[in-house]
Design a protein around this ligand. Structure first.
Ligand SMILES: [Zn+2]
Length: 310
């Protein structure tokens, strides 16, 4: 059988470029996107940034059948995002998953607050309790899919999953959700730093709030555990500083943010927007496993570098 390779519509790429460059919506390698047509799906490849849409290897092509994906014959560069299964589960043409600061903070706050989760439900967003990626999360998403009409799912301690059959509809869902967050922030006390705010200083009460959140709610999401490590104690000295650049450990004024620094900046945003309550976080055991996973990857890559330098 001969057929044309599917291409993602340009308006979708334009949206991904914009969303991927908005720090409140995307940090580091977080977030992923997909497009379905003719029994196939283009899924963002692992290791690509969300806005890397012009990279010829941005999308990885898979087949889809019965809410699952499968590898197609022929070779391709890269690997699909590890969250590919979520994209395959959803029947909609366009799927966009963001680890946005608002998504993470709101998902934590709503897990502790039935009024907030009811407010989300009214806005067409279903809150899905935290599950480890794999079978449990798959089942939770399937349950949410059969629970009624929604335009997005908020995955607790993780992020937002948007789905629609048109790019316009997808954009509408994003602005609706982020708008809800802006509205709610008035009751939480607002905060959202961007990479061009590095020279800003936190007030004393903001700095105290950050320290409190780091001590009590540091196991925010898998990304935060992976990139920021096992305990907040390691960064308490940094977090006690007031200038954002100093908190991030940046001495060079011209340096670009590294992925862990982007994660730390997003943690600051989440921490400053969340209520001062013990919120549902990842278990200590899971956080330790996630940290070990990143440490192992780093060891392997350092060993490979040392090997190639010889
Ligand atoms: Zn995710």
């Amino acid at each position: 059988m001969h057929h044309k390779v599917i291409q993602a519509p340009s308006e979708f790429k334009i949206l991904l470029d914009r969303v991927g460059k908005d720090f409140s919506l995307t940090q580091g390698l977080g977030g992923n996107s997909s497009y379905k047509a003719g029994g196939e799906m283009l899924i963002k490849a692992s290791g690509m940034r969300l806005h890397d849409v012009d990279n010829p290897n941005y999308f990885y092509r898979v087949g889809i059948h019965d809410s699952d994906y499968f590898e197609l014959p022929g070779s391709q560069a890269g690997k699909p995002s590890i969250e590919v299964f979520m994209h395959a589960l959803l029947p909609q043409t366009f799927v966009l998953h963001l680890h946005s600061s608002a998504g993470v903070a709101l998902s934590m706050a709503a897990g502790n607050n039935p009024q907030l989760s009811a407010r989300l439900e009214q806005s067409g967003v279903a809150l899905i309790p935290y599950c480890r990626p794999g079978e449990a999360l798959k089942q939770a998403i399937l349950d949410a899919l059969s629970s009624g009409e929604h335009s997005a799912f908020l995955l607790q301690n993780h992020g937002v999953l948007y789905f629609a059959d048109s790019v316009a509809e997808l954009e509408k869902s994003i602005s609706r959700f982020e708008g809800l967050w802006t509205e709610l922030l008035e009751s939480f006390g607002s905060y959202a730093l961007a990479p061009n705010d590095l020279s800003k200083e936190l007030s004393e009460s903001e700095s105290e709030r950050l320290l409190w959140q780091a001590a009590n709610n540091w196991r925010v999401s898998p990304d935060h555990c992976v990139f920021l490590g096992e305990t907040a104690e390691e960064w308490l000295d940094q977090l006690a500083k007031r200038e954002v650049r100093a908190i991030l450990g940046m001495s060079n004024r011209d340096a670009h943010l590294t992925v862990p620094q982007e994660q730390l900046l997003s943690f600051i945003n989440v921490a400053l927007s969340c209520p001062l309550e013990i919120l549902p976080t990842l278990s200590l055991l899971e956080a330790q496993e996630l940290r070990g996973w990143e440490a192992e990857k780093r060891r392997v890559s350092l060993a490979a570098q040392a090997g190639s330098a010889n």
